[in-house]
Structures are given as structure tokens and as C-alpha cells.
Design a protein around this ligand. Structure first.
Ligand code: CMP
Length: 444
């Protein structure tokens, strides 16, 4: 994972480190405003934590000078490039967050000078580090394929909670809750209660401003509250809708179909069968329009994606599994998925053949024209309908499905191309065709 003595973004230790930095940043984002609001005398443990945080942030800066970054398809590992990028970007913020203002202002404020209270606000410098959190998590999103909506929702909840906390701390700084002398926890709870009732535009009015400063503060929070309210409602609705776009699309499609079937007064039994078909499509994961997604993507990436999506099929079909990489790539791009209902005829004897079928799931039967005799039963991983293409003659039998079948179609044109370019595959197909032809001749 270490290349040219730089760290690659997918390094596991780096991920653990990032989580640690995020946790201590969140800790300071919660603790420092509280400390300022209550002016509590900071004991040695807080002092030690502050020192530890400064050391950790400083170490993080050193790490960032050694962090390779992604550019195009590769990583930039040149140290000078990494440094200039970091210096132009997050470096200043990271440095500001690292300065241990606590060491100076903590001492000064302890002397009791009132005018120095403002200086203590410098301790909020740690919170700047929060701005940079998104850059850590971008990497995880890429490497762990997190659902982007889920991830945005988590961030959103953390951000809104922190904002309410900060607003409550600000309220206490400006004079706290009047006529109230409870414990620190109780005072804080009242302030948080005020912040949330104001932010959500509920405003019961049981906690009200008593000083001019608090009045202005309340007005600002009220205005921010209107904006936040709209933002929260809008975002929550879109999070829920986007949580699983593919499933949402499926549900919408089902609703449209049900509405259409009702409109055309289709009998319930027939409606049931249509629904069953769509359920099968969804469960077999063929429901999503694979081709329209693939067609949007440029070539070698498209082939890689098609290979991935059809890997189940590739594992099942012996001539795929044993075939060369180039055969796989040629074939996989030419295949088109189709779902057939139980008892459907996919091939009729005597028709001209335009394609062959590879069976991904399900069973098909090769039957006589009068449907009385079953010549063969073919399962997943095999193929059917190749004879008409190889021998350039009409179809030799009827073929029907026994259950729901997921088949992949290979058109004649593509079939001919693949046969021409891959002689060993052509030999294999011809061998199977000849065996089937022998049986066909025996039958007639
Ligand atoms: P085709 O002639 O194009 O259409 C009917 C298909 O049934 C045929 O190709 C073969 O793929 C398949 N078929 C015919 N006879 C047999 C058999 N004896 N065993 C397996 N498959 C067969």
C-alpha cells in the first residue's frame, strides 16, 4: 500500500486514522462550545486532551503531505505535486485548526479579565477541521460503494444536531436561561429545547429572550429556522425517495401497470399473471433496464460492467467458463437478456432462425411439432437454437419453457462474427450441432 513512500487512499490504516480524526473533530465541535458557554474551569484531563488533539492534527498534516491522490485512472504519487496541491487546498484550514489557542487563552481567561472572554472564542478554531471531513469520506464512498443517499442522510443528521447544539451554546453565552438555577445539564437541556423549538419554527414561547443581545440572537435563529425547516423537509423527502432509486422505479412501474390493467378492465386472474411476471423480473434482477445503462457507458468500461453483471451466467455456462478472455468479451457484449413465462414457445419448428439462446436460469424442452414427444430437456448453462444458424436451415423442433426462464439471446450476425473470430468455439458448437443433427435424423 506504500508506494514511493506515499500512502494510497485505500490504505486500511489510513481509513482507521481518518475515523479517529473525525471522532476527535466531532468531540471538539461538541465540547469546545460547551466549555465557552459554561466557562467551566478546565481540569488537567481537558488540558491533556487538547494537547493530544493538537498533536493528532499536526500528525494529520504530515500524513496529508504523503497522501497520493486520484487523477484520471491512476494515482499521483509525486511528493512535490501532492505538496503543492495540499498547500493550495486544505493546508491553511488544517493548520488553523491545529493551533492550540487553548494554551494561551485558557490561561488568560483564568485570570478573570472580562475583556479577554472574546479571545477565548479563538478556541473554536478546531471546528474548522469539520469542513474537511467530506474529503475523507469521499474516499470511503468510492472504495466501499456506500449508497450516496444513505451517506448524505447520516451527514445531514450529524450537521443538524451539531447546529442545534451550537445555537444552544450561543444562547447560553448570551445570558442563558433566565430565572433558572439548575445543574449544568438542566440548563443545557433548556437551551437546547429553546434552540430546537425556535429552529423548527414551533416556538412555544416558554423560554424567551431577556436581554437585547438575546433578542437579536433569537431573531437571527428564527430566520435561520425558516430556511432550515424548508431545507430539512425538502431533503428528507428526497432522501427517502432516492434511498433506493432502482426499487422506487420498480414500484412506480408496478403502480402504472396496475392502473393500466384496471383501466382496461383486465380480469384479476390475468392481472395476477402480469404481476407475477414483473415480480420475477425484479427478483432475477433483470428488471432494471440493463441495456440502457450499458449503452450510456463508453467502451472498455462497458465491457467490464457487462462481464460483471453477467458473471452468474458466465460461471454457469461451461463454454464461457473454459473460453478465452477475448471470446468472453466478444460474447458478453452481444448478449441480450430476455425473460420467458412458463410454457412459452421460444422456437417453432420450420421457422427461419435468426438467433440462438443461452439458458441462464430455468429449463426448456425440445418437443415435437404436435407437442407429444419430448426429445430433450435442457437446463441452465446450455444453449438451444444453434442448428438453424450453423446449418442455415429451418428450425428442427419446437422449444418451450417449462418454468420462468432467463435467457440470453445471441443474434445470427453476432453469432457468425464470434464463430469466425474464435475457431475453437466454432469447433465446439459444430460438434454439439452434429450430435443433435444425428439424433434429429434418427427421429425422421
Ligand atoms: P434449431 O433447429 O435452430 O431449433 C430447435 C432447437 O432444438 C435446435 O436448433 C437445437 O438447438 C435443439 N435441439 C434439437 N434436437 C435436439 C436434441 N436432440 N437435443 C438437444 N437439443 C436439440
Amino acid at each position: 500500500m506504500l508506494k514511493n513512500r506515499v500512502i494510497l487512499p485505500e490504505n486500511r490504516y489510513k481509513e482507521i486514522w481518518d475515523i479517529y480524526i473525525i471522532l476527535i473533530t466531532l468531540f471538539t465541535a461538541i465540547e469546545v462550545p460547551l466549555r465557552l458557554a459554561f466557562s467551566y474551569t478546565t481540569g488537567t484531563s481537558i488540558f491533556q486532551i487538547e494537547v493530544l488533539i493538537s498533536i493528532s492534527f499536526a500528525f494529520d498534516i504530515i500524513m496529508n503531505f504523503h497522501m497520493a491522490y486520484k487523477s484520471g485512472t491512476g494515482y499521483i504519487t509525486s511528493k512535490s505535486k501532492i505538496a503543492s496541491r495540499y498547500l493550495r487546498g486544505w493546508f491553511t484550514m488544517d493548520l488553523l485548526a491545529t493551533i492550540p489557542f487553548f494554551l494561551f487563552t485558557g490561561v488568560l481567561a483564568a485570570e478573570g479579565a472580562h475583556s479577554l472572554r472574546i479571545l477565548r472564542l479563538f478556541q473554536l478554531n478546531r471546528i474548522i477541521k469539520l469542513l474537511g471531513i467530506a474529503r475523507f469520506t469521499k474516499n470511503w464512498e468510492r472504495h466501499h460503494s456506500l449508497n450516496p443517499s444513505m451517506y448524505r442522510l447520516i451527514f445531514f443528521i450529524i450537521f443538524i444536531s451539531l447546529a442545534a447544539h451550537w445555537i444552544a451554546c450561543g444562547w447560553m453565552l448570551l445570558g442563558g436561561v433566565s430565572d433558572f438555577s439548575g445543574t449544568l445539564f438542566e440548563t443545557y437541556t433548556w437551551a437546547l429545547y429553546w434552540a430546537i423549538t425556535t429552529l423548527t419554527t414551533v416556538g412555544y414561547g416558554d423560554v424567551t429572550p431577556t436581554t437585547v443581545g438575546q433578542q437579536y440572537y433569537t431573531m437571527m435563529v428564527m430566520i435561520a429556522g425558516v430556511g432550515t425547516y424548508g431545507y430539512v423537509i425538502g431533503n428528507v423527502a428526497s432522501f427517502l425517495a432516492n434511498m433506493d432509486l432502482v426499487k422506487a422505479g420498480y414500484r412506480k412501474k408496478m403502480e402504472e401497470i396496475t392502473a393500466f390493467l384496471n383501466y382496461r378492465s383486465v380480469p384479476p386472474e390475468l392481472q395476477q399473471r402480469v404481476h407475477e411476471y414483473y415480480e420475477h423480473l425484479w427478483e432475477s434482477r433483470l428488471g432494471h433496464d440493463e441495456e440502457s445503462v450499458l449503452n450510456d457507458i463508453p467502451n472498455p468500461l462497458k465491457t467490464d460492467l457487462a462481464l460483471y453483471m453477467r458473471q452468474d451466467l458466465i460461471k454457469k455456462v461451461p463454454f464461457f467458463a473454459e473460453g478465452s478472455e477475448s471470446l468472453l468479451r466478444d460474447l458478453v457484449m452481444a448478449l441480450r437478456p430476455r425473460v420467458y413465462l412458463p410454457g412459452a414457445y421460444i422456437i417453432r419448428k420450420g421457422d427461419m432462425g435468426t438467433c440462438m439462446y443461452i439458458i441462464s436460469t430455468g429449463t426448456v424442452e425440445v418437443v415435437s411439432e404436435d407437442e407429444k414427444k419430448i426429445y430433450a430437456t435442457l437446463n441452465e448453462g446450455t444453449f438451444v437454437g444453434e442448428m438453424a444458424l450453423v446449418l442455415e436451415q429451418p428450425r428442427t423442433a419446437n422449444v418451450r419453457t417449462r418454468e420462468y426462464c432467463d435467457l440470453y439471446i445471441l443474434e445470427k450476425e453476432d453469432f457468425d462474427d464470434v464463430l469466425k473470430n474464435h475457431p475453437s468455439f466454432a469447433k465446439f458448437i459444430r460438434k454439439v450441432t452434429n450430435e443433435r443433427l444425428k439424433e434429429y435424423k434418427k427421429r425422421h
